[in-house]
Design a protein around this ligand. Structure first.
Ligand SMILES: *[C@@H]1O[C@H](CO)[C@@H](O)[C@H](O)[C@H]1NC(C)=O
Ligand SMILES: *[C@@H]1O[C@H](CO)[C@@H](O)[C@H](O)[C@H]1NC(C)=O
Length: 215
């Protein structure tokens, strides 16, 4: 009976821990070249809620194109010394490419990471700040086996093609991607990490033990 209770406790604790590993919130804090911006990513019913807030830096004075600044999720973390080039290409697991512009009414034409294409460019303002806007995205995900996942990615803001600011997307419950100025790491595969898997198998073992005892 005592063993039975212990098994139950182990099973429930394990299941709770495994469930708490679900990734639901990520954030990129851009702070370079006098540009400060916050991008938030929250898993919600129906997709990913994206929050975009520019605190300073995107002035109409520095804006080159009349169409404003574009911004995307890029595949790699930021390189040492805020190297935005190291972030690589746009997140594009469906291999849409850039040959045709994204038509937001037909998402098959949009790279998953092309946030500007889907939600519009950031238009420079007199003081460089842009109030928070939120969007519901149906393509971005924290989970998946590698390519489609947002784990280990970054955000880059462009001005006439030049990468003027970038930041890693830090996801709660995940090891932080390369800190700015740190050593670049290869993009981590998505999905549960081994600790979550271990906890999961402990939970399963406890659960099986409990069921056997109940028989
Ligand atoms: C930035 O990263 C790119 C790509 O990894 C690399 O080729 C380049 O040399 C880096 N620039 C600096 C200044 O380190
Ligand atoms: C914008 O980018 C194009 C293509 O790289 C370049 O030729 C042009 O000089 C740039 N314009 C400004 C104002 O920097």
């Amino acid at each position: 009976m005592l063993f039975k209770s212990i098994a139950t406790v182990v099973a429930l604790a394990g299941l709770a821990a495994a469930q708490s590993k679900e990734l639901t919130h990520g954030k990129a804090e851009v702070n370079m070249n006098d540009i400060e911006a916050t991008f938030t990513f929250d898993k919600v019913d129906g997709g990913m809620s994206i929050g975009v807030t520019i605190a300073k830096g995107l002035t109409s004075a520095i804006q080159v194109l009349p169409t404003g600044f574009d911004y995307h999720v890029h595949v790699n973390p930021v390189g040492p010394n805020n190297n935005c080039t190291a972030t690589g290409l746009h997140l594009d697991p469906a291999k849409v490419g850039v040959a045709k512009p994204c038509d937001p009414t037909d998402l098959t034409t949009c790279q998953t990471g092309d946030l500007a294409g889907k939600y519009g460019n950031l238009m420079g303002t007199a003081d460089g700040a842009i109030p928070k806007a939120t969007y519901l995205d149906t393509q971005l995900t924290f989970t998946g086996e590698g390519e489609e996942s947002m784990v280990g990615r970054s955000i880059v803001i462009h001005n006439n093609g030049t990468r003027i600011a970038c930041a890693n997307i830090d996801i709660d419950g995940q090891d932080a991607p390369t800190p700015s100025g740190g050593k670049p790491e290869p993009t981590k595969p998505a999905g549960e990490n081994s600790a979550a898997k271990l906890v999961g198998s402990v939970a399963l073992t406890g659960f099986v033990a409990m069921m056997m005892m109940a028989l």
